[in-house]
Design a protein around this ligand. Structure first.
Ligand code: C2O
Ligand code: CU
Ligand code: CU
Length: 495
């Protein structure tokens, strides 16, 4: 107890001092609006934030066509079942001139393929670990048993493989997969392990929205990486206990990317696949975008937005309407002042006549009253001192218990403190939840679908509602991967 508070006091002091010293840079970065820091634009003046920032740099390479991850071909398919193989392995990439970069990837050198699955289908995935070290295959956002979930309690040793099986029981969404081995999650994701899962259902197949992969429907995996002088990712050197940040943006593994747009409407499926960087996306010239989906479902109707904040682990799908823009012009997706993706508008055909104004039909969310299990999780601290409910992760301790089918209402709070205020993206495994309230208010339309991750600014309190549908041991944690590894994680046993 005593020792602990001395360390705490010291940390506060050190953080305080570095804040005082570093305040000039923080302010400058904030004014440039490069959206790279732990700060949120809305909150940056209301409280002291961390000193830790790495500014994004314009990539010093010519524009390159956006890489498109391949769509994974099933090994086998029947009416009801589909079989896939996903292999984690080492590779190398020529991101830029000079030396190739040593990387990790799934079935390839960097990132992974897009896995397409349908609601109602039984999916078999053979997970193969060809890495020189342990890993896990975690299916982020999937409603899946704890056994198949690939949490840190289930490592797969180097050279080993296993097959998981699950029935898809969730609506159309974009999920993703990434490694989760204890002590190595941040490093393995940084080296390139991440891939997308497209869940389709009867509704998504019917909807008149852009859906031609690589033509009017693009995956956009946003990551930040620093290249050392030999073009390598040096996780150890760039490691920061408050989140490893890189200075260049890689989009689907492409530096300075563009896409050729040949249709009026373009669908972008965005994933913040970074370890720790928060993005504030917007379009050039303040153009509007239409958010059609969050993480785990379509929204009921498209929501017009000008800004889109995504923290690590979060996804969003937007449609961009280019109808009124001239041929041979450019539209840019930006984060702060930085270019994320250039859309080169050519002569365009009308792929759809308009964005449908009904996309989904989610049931009205009622405040449940009976048989409710309530939990409260308080996120606090920074750096090596991050905690949930005052505790750091202990694999031998079960923090919470729940029953399958039992109604859950959890309050998640990001405690506001004098000095140690950070954004924490909170993520819960194995379920999709809905937001009952944010700081006592009804969530905005753009956040009314199913979610598996939420961004908590300092002082925020979210109430979420869900049920566990499968059994097993599940993690909940901050998706700032370095916070997660520093112990900002707990586990719940569902029986
Ligand atoms: Cu995206 Cu615990 O994971
Ligand atoms: Cu997850
Ligand atoms: Cu955090």
């Amino acid at each position: 107890m005593k020792k602990h508070s001395i360390v705490a006091t010291l940390t506060v002091l050190i953080v305080g001092i570095s804040l005082l010293v570093g305040i000039q840079t923080v302010t400058a970065a904030g004014m440039m609006g490069n959206g790279n820091s732990m700060m949120n634009d809305n909150n940056s003046n209301s409280s002291m934030m961390t000193e830790h920032t790495v500014d994004l740099k314009e990539a010093n390479v010519a524009e390159q066509q956006l890489n498109l991850p391949p769509i994974l071909k099933p090994d086998k398919q029947t009416k009801t079942d589909v079989y896939y193989t996903v292999t984690a392995k080492q590779g190398q990439m020529n991101f830029k001139d000079g030396q190739a970069t040593k990387t990790y990837g799934y079935n390839g050198s960097y990132l992974g393929p897009v896995i397409q699955i349908n609601n109602g289908q039984t999916v078999h995935i053979k997970e193969v670990n060809d890495l020189p070290t342990k890993t896990t295959f975690h299916w982020h956002g999937a409603i899946i048993s704890g056994k198949a979930d690939g949490g840190p309690h289930d490592p797969l040793a180097a050279g080993k493989s296993r097959t998981i099986k699950f029935k898809v029981q969730q609506p159309a969404a974009m999920l993703w997969f990434h490694p989760h081995p204890s002590g190595q999650t941040g490093k393995q994701v940084y080296k390139g392990l991440a891939g997308l899962i497209y869940v389709n259902d009867a509704n998504s197949k019917k909807l008149s929205i852009p859906k031609k992969y690589g033509v009017d429907d693009f995956p956009v995996v946003v990551q930040d990486r620093t290249f050392d002088k030999n073009n390598q990712f040096n996780y150890k050197k760039d490691y920061n206990a408050d989140g490893t940040l890189g200075e260049n943006l890689l989009i689907n593994g492409t530096l300075n990317p563009y896409i050729n747009v040949s249709t009026n409407f373009v669908r972008l499926r965005l994933l913040n696949g970074s370890n720790a960087r928060n993005y504030n996306f917007k379009l050039s010239n303040n153009q509007v975008m239409y958010k059609i989906a969050g993480y785990g479902s379509f929204l009921d109707r498209p929501v017009k937005i000008k800004k889109l904040q995504l923290s690590p682990g979060e996804r969003a799908q937007v449609i961009v309407d280019t109808t009124k823009l001239p041929d041979n012009s450019e539209l840019k997706l930006l984060t702060g002042g930085m270019n994320v993706l250039t859309m080169k508008l050519g002569a365009r055909s009308s792929n759809i006549s308009e964005i449908p104004n009904k996309l989904n039909n989610m049931q009205k969310l009622k405040q449940p009253t009976k048989d409710v299990n309530k939990e409260k999780l308080v996120l606090s601290g920074m750096s090596k001192m991050v905690q949930i409910n005052g505790k750091q992760f202990n694999p031998d301790r079960i923090d919470l218990h729940a029953k399958v089918g039992q109604q859950q209402i959890w309050t998640i709070q990001n405690k506001k403190e004098m000095m140690m205020n950070m954004i924490h993206p909170f993520h819960l495994h194995g379920v999709q939840f809905r937001i009952l309230s944010i700081n006592g208010k009804k969530p905005p339309l753009a956040q009314q679908g199913y979610l598996d991750t939420i961004t908590l600014n300092p002082g925020d309190s979210y109430k979420i509602s869900f049920k566990f549908e499968k059994k097993g041991l599940y993690m909940y944690h901050c998706h700032n991967l370095e916070h997660e590894e520093n112990g900002m994680m707990g586990q719940i046993l569902v029986q």
